[in-house]
Design a protein. Sequence first.
Length: 86
Amino acid sequence: MKRKKELVLKNVLDIKFGTTQTYKQIALKTRGKTTPRMVGQILGTNDKLIAVPCHRVVYSNGDTGGYVLGKNLKKSLLEWEKKVIT
């Protein structure tokens, strides 16, 4: 499990400021070592929220998905990042 977590967190670190990727995209980058659901579970245990920007991972349907500090904060962070880069 530790290796899966490292892979997921590394891929989340690669998401650029102001952009998002889906749980499925992150899972695919692990080359079959995890699933979108497991990506969500791993990110739910992320204790380095500033360093590892898990708020940038969203559902494939565009919904924000969960966030340990609440969906409203996640949505606000995503909107703020988009405003900063435009």
